[in-house]
Design a protein around this ligand. Structure first.
Ligand code: ADP
Ligand code: MG
Length: 623
């Protein structure tokens, strides 16, 4: 067996180095090859050149610094903003046989002293620290006595005031680096791609002619859908039913909604827990752990949940309400499928969500640090961003395409992996219906919301209609034959296309716009798209035997509980699936499973192969 040497591997010739980094990749992480962008970043760092990796969530940024860290002499410091993230990452590394540790305020004084001593003795190859730590005298003097060969700045966008997650202590990183006797090579990693943020990262971290690798924003394993259900709860339940036994997140717009939906799910026998900023710390942490450790399969949460949750096997993210912009949506939805396996991102859209978002924007407190003019511009930008979010929900074009174009990625063909690509639309002329609706709104004095208008059009003699004598109008009952859902559908499309506008939120009074007059005069036509047919979704589901998968998962749970780590730290779903495909019964075969490295083979190989051997024996004995 070839033993890996950590020493000076980057001084070796080209071929040997290739072998080395691939050996490290397999031995510790269990992967046979690099993903897009990873190798270039690894090579840059190994050659001593700074690097910036801009890759979407789940692309595998950690490996870009972990692989070189294991090949370099000395220690790598990883600066990471969140304590919970550090713990999970270090847990995972230790499981993979890497000597790693973290230093942050979650440690007791004793633990911290011990870790610091170990660090000074060179026991760790990789040390995770929170940025605040870089100001601590004791930490600095420890660093002066060890050889730091690399600094990896994770979530590097936190250095930028332009981003949403600005952390002032990230600004101290460059000062800290200047204190070191030898400047280590620096790698910075983020999923935020805007130019301003990227410039900030390079300047504020004082990177030296870094290699910049951007891999694009597509997440090919995510399936995007937008649904417009008449009853959201039913739609949610049916989605959860489709995803039986899998874990996922349901995002709601408000705390109240979170409570309501979570209760309902539990009433329906679904193991759901909740998370929002109104809960006490204790409960929040407990609920988060229940989800991460698979004790509860569904997390119902506001957008307070997510940053810093390293759960790779989230199989679906369902938005019960539309978020206020595509940036938030892509970030939240992107928490699905970080292990690279297929996952679903579903948005349950309703017009009411638009009104809620508008209401939030219109009633948001002005930022006291900005001038009145800046606040006005800010609000305007929020409105603009909301418009694109609504377009996303209402377009019949490829959803992935739409989103990637919004983020400035080039993407041309239809993806074939979103609800619009699987839907055949037909274009229908609704000019007559539009004329009826628009004139009804005008005749009733532009004073009512959608429910009233629909009732008048359908000729419903409700109390309010009689009291206001709307039943005497010529538009009363002119759409008697139509279902109310149909009329509402057309009204929604008219609003999206700008023929109608809802004012006086949250009452949403319907008013016609300039655009409507040509329609009423009969000099222009209105078309809308209607669903004609939905193609069956190609199920790339798992082809192995679910019975074996279930047994392997049980064994994983057993080890996870014993070691007090989440299941995916032992083996990811992707690895278990590959195990079902390969059915390894000896060490060499076991090592060939994606995600199995030497340490995992040693720790878990026998146990998992035992289950597989039993399974194969049972199969053989079956008639
Ligand atoms: P990011 O930080 O970019 O969001 P992570 O570094 O957390 O992503 O990696 C996401 C997942 O991808 C992890 O489960 C990781 O093990 C896996 N992964 C990373 N690189 C590879 C690779 N080359 N082959 C297979 N899986 C990989
Ligand atoms: Mg990461």
């Amino acid at each position: 067996m070839i033993l890996l040497t950590n020493k000076h591997s980057w001084h070796m010739g080209g071929d040997e180095m290739t072998e080395d980094k691939l050996t490290v990749l397999k031995r510790y992480f269990g992967y046979p090859s690099f993903r897009k962008g990873q190798e270039e970043l690894v090579d840059s760092l190994l050659s001593g050149r700074d690097a910036v990796g801009i890759m979407p969530t789940g692309a595998g940024k950690s490996l870009c610094y972990q692989v070189p860290a294991l090949m370099m002499d000395g220690v790598t410091l990883v600066i990471s903003p969140l304590i919970s993230l550090m713990k999970d990452q270090v847990n995972a590394l230790v499981q993979q046989g890497v000597s790693a540790a973290y230093l942050n305020r979650s440690l007791t004084e004793g633990q911290y002293n011990k870790a610091l001593r170990n660090a000074a003795n060179g026991q760790y190859k990789i040390i995770y620290v929170a940025p605040e730590r870089l100001e601590s005298r004791r930490f600095i003097s420890m660093c002066e006595n060890i050889r730091i060969s690399m600094i990896a700045v994770d979530e590097a966008h936190c250095v930028s005031q332009w981003g949403q997650d600005f952390r002032p202590s990230y600004l101290n990183i460059s000062r800290f680096i200047a204190l070191l006797a030898r400047r280590p090579v620096i790698g910075a990693f983020t999923a935020t791609a805007t130019e301003a943020v990227r410039q900030d990262i390079i300047h504020l971290l004082q990177l030296r002619q870094p290699t910049v690798v951007t891999t694009g924003f597509d997440r090919p394993n995510l399936f995007f859908s937008v649904l417009r259900p008449e009853r959201k709860l039913d739609a949610l339940l049916s989605q959860l039913n489709r995803h039986r036994d899998r874990s996922g997140i349901v995002y709601c717009a408000t705390r109240k909604k979170v409570e309501e939906v979570c209760d309902k799910l539990n009433e329906h026998g679904i193991a759901a827990t909740r998370y929002h900023a109104g809960l006490e710390d204790g409960e929040r942490i407990r609920n988060q752990d229940d989800f991460v450790y698979d004790r509860k399969r569904v997390m119902v949460a506001t957008n307070a949940f997510g940053m810093g949750i390293d759960k790779f096997d989230v199989r679906f993210v369902i938005h019960y309400n539309m978020p206020k912009n595509l940036e938030s949506y892509y970030q939240e939805a992107g928490r699905a499928g970080r292990d690279g396996e297929n996952a679903d991102c579903i948005l349950l859209y309703s017009k009411g969500d638009v009104q809620t978002c508008r209401y939030f924007i219109e009633n948001s407190e002005p930022n006291p640090d900005l001038t009145a003019e800046q606040n006005r511009l800010f609000r305007k930008r929020e409105e603009e961003r909301l418009k694109y979010m609504i377009f996303y929900c209402t377009t019949s074009d490829c959803l992935r395409n739409f989103m990637l174009r919004y983020f400035g990625d080039e993407f041309h063909t239809s993806c074939g992996k979103c609800s619009n690509c699987l839907t055949q639309f037909e274009t229908v002329d609704v000019t007559i219906e539009a004329q009826k609706i628009l004139s009804c709104i005008l005749r009733t004095g532009q004073r009512y919301g959608v429910k009233m208008i629909v009732d008048v059009l359908r000729g419903m003699p409700t109390e309010r209609i009689i009291a206001n004598r709307l039943n005497e109008l010529s538009t009363f009952g002119i759409m008697k034959e139509s279902r109310s859902a149909e009329i509402r559908y057309i009204i929604d499309r008219l609003e999206e296309q700008g023929y109608l506008i809802a004012v006086d939120l949250p009452y949403s009074i319907l008013r016609v716009t300039e655009m409507s007059y040509p329609i009423l005069r009969g000099s222009a036509k209105v078309y809308i798209k209607k669903t004609k047919q939905i193609k069956a979704r190609e199920d790339t589901a798992f082809s192995g035997d679910p019975v074996l998968m279930k047994k392997l998962k049980e064994l994983r749970t057993y080890f996870a509980m014993r070691r007090g780590v989440p299941g995916f730290v032992i083996f990811s779903d992707a690895t278990l699936r590959d195990m079902c495909r390969v059915m390894p019964t000896d060490d060499v075969q076991f090592l060939s499973v994606s995600g199995v490295g030497t340490t995992k083979l040693e720790k878990y190989g026998e146990a998992f192969m035992g289950v597989i051997r039993d399974y194969l024996a049972e199969q053989k004995n079956m008639p």
